[in-house]
Design a protein around this ligand. Sequence first.
Ligand SMILES: [Zn+2]
Length: 155
Amino acid sequence: MTNAWSAEESTRNDNAVREWESDKFMRLLKDADTELYPGCENFTKLAFVVTLMHLKILSRWSNKSFSMLLEFLKKVLPNGETLPCSYYEAKKIIQDLGLDYEKIHACVNDCMLFKKDYEKEEQCPKCSVPRYKFAEVDNDTNGEKKRKKIPQKIL
Ligand SMILES: [Zn+2]
């Protein structure tokens, strides 16, 4: 299984290198050299976006909250700031760096990943532990409780 995955991984890496077109690279060089705002000495645009995105992932901020934070920061920073306007714009910068990530549901006992043939499974084929747990959350529209499906473990 591990070999199959690493073969697939290396094919994906080869493709990624081929897709690394010069315009992306030039954009990256420009972002790495662009000040966060005129006269900013501590952060380039690229370093700031990468740091903020790292915090987002570690702290599990929602995409919406991240966009709201960017909108707020754009108002706080001096004129001429170069921050992206939204999560999607920020994500594009990170993707161009080749630092994108993919979330894969996993068995809570680490038996397997819910991908490929197992993508639609609702429980682990090996240990039969359910893929999801359920949580009661407030329904925004009528204030009643509703059940929400949450993956037990994410890689
Ligand atoms: Zn399992």
